[in-house]
Design a binder for this molecule. Sequence first.
Ligand code: DO4
Ligand code: MG
Length: 285
Amino acid sequence: MKICRFKDGSDEVRIGLIRSDAELLDLTSAGITRLQPLLESEDPVAELSRIQQEGLPSIALAKVQLCAPVERQEVWAAGVTYLRSKTARMEESEFSASAYDRVYAAERPEIFFKSLAEKVVATGEPVGIRRDAKWSVPEPELALVLNSRGRIVGYTIGNDMSSRDIEGENLLYLPQAKTYHRSCALGPWIVLGTPEAQAREWKIQITIERGGQRVFAGDTSVGQIKRSFEELAGFLFRSQVFPHGGVLLTGTGVVPPDDFTLQEKDVVGIQISGIGTLRNEVTVV
Ligand code: DO4
Ligand code: MG
């Protein structure tokens, strides 16, 4: 079951239930005007299954603007959860290599703050590359959607845009490499009710197009993530509270070659088999 935030010609954001590749059901008349109460409920899937029998109005997906599927949740990100991420980062920086090596094996994962909800970019909106960076990449990641009790209620697609030269220069620059204007995209919607074992079967694919030509494509499987989702979510919620719930990116397993950097107007498409596609053009910020 997929739920989204959307606009239909006005500034009002509404909640929709994706009915097919072409259509959504507008949940407004069923009294659902925000995601949070649904994500906090005991059984969102059962609730939506009941509501969708109520003859709700349907709208063509082509006619709506999808908004990022976050309201007030903080967005955090786990790192070095795939072997590919560990080796790429160890090659990127002699200075930081042992930190990446250690964190991959350590009990405590790397987790960092990524974005406020209001700064998250939706599918179809531009993602940013820093003007002071020389080596910028997208990071295609599965994102866990967590309620305020730390329960994983859904999944969406995340792009953890990163400046690898800034990160590689000094680990203390990580917040600047990771958290800047338009550095976090989420979408296109949230998939509810999938058990972790099933989500671990999903494939993650990324394509980058430049002037209509494909300049990079790569893929991995969610099953390659070294840690369980419960473990990552458990560390995020340790000694921390999220009254509005949270989103946790689970790390990247696809790294473009070292001579590749994003450019203005590149188009990044990230597809996760059980979810859909997050697509963003690149802009310099
Ligand atoms: O410490 C570097 C960031 C790691 C990361 O973002 C990832 O592995 O996805
Ligand atoms: Mg990442």
